[in-house]
Design a protein around this ligand. Structure first.
Ligand code: ZN
Length: 158
């Protein structure tokens, strides 16, 4: 370690000390974001479609439709396409969906398309909307840092 350039070490330390991601408390802080009725309606319609999906292709189809429709409401008109990992590419205004259909991840990248690079804004947008539309599913998730994950199902054999 002592052979490393002190400026480089300082840089590493700065990255560690200023995490890019918000805490759970910052994400859930009141007041929550406000959403217009059309956005809520788009998500309610999406929920009904999502619940009858049985394969990934169908889930990706309704996720893409929902992200585009909400993007239009914010006058962003993002392109939504499938890829290898969830991300938003600002230079081409494109939301890329990862290998597994995920509502929270799609909403998160949509948050970047709407609000820009801020992780706090993207996390707040996605988590609050998900909690509002899917309250039961939200209760089944657990926090891992700034991320919400499915609780591990532990199978106990007696
Ligand atoms: Zn992000």
């Amino acid at each position: 370690m002592e052979n490393l350039n002190p400026a480089f070490l300082g840089f590493l330390q700065a990255i560690q000390n200023s995490p890019q991601y918000p805490t759970k408390e910052e994400i859930l802080a009141e007041p929550t974001l406000e959403y217009n009725e059309v956005v809520i309606d788009i998500l309610k319609t999406f929920k009904r479609k999502w619940q009858i999906c049985s394969i990934s292709e169908e889930r990706f189809y309704v996720l893409k439709e929902m992200a585009k429709d909400i993007g239009v409401q914010y006058e962003k008109n993002p392109v939504v396409e499938l890829g290898t990992l969830y991300c938003y590419q600002p230079s081409v205004n494109t939301i890329v969906l990862g290998p597994e259909p995920s509502i929270i991840s799609t909403l998160h990248e949509l948050g970047h398309a709407i609000f820009g690079a801020s992780e706090k804004d993207a996390c707040r947008f996605s988590v609050h909307l998900f909690r509002m539309i899917f309250p039961k599913a939200y209760d089944r998730l657990q926090w891992d840092g700034h991320m919400l994950k499915r609780k591990e199902v532990v199978c106990r054999v007696k």
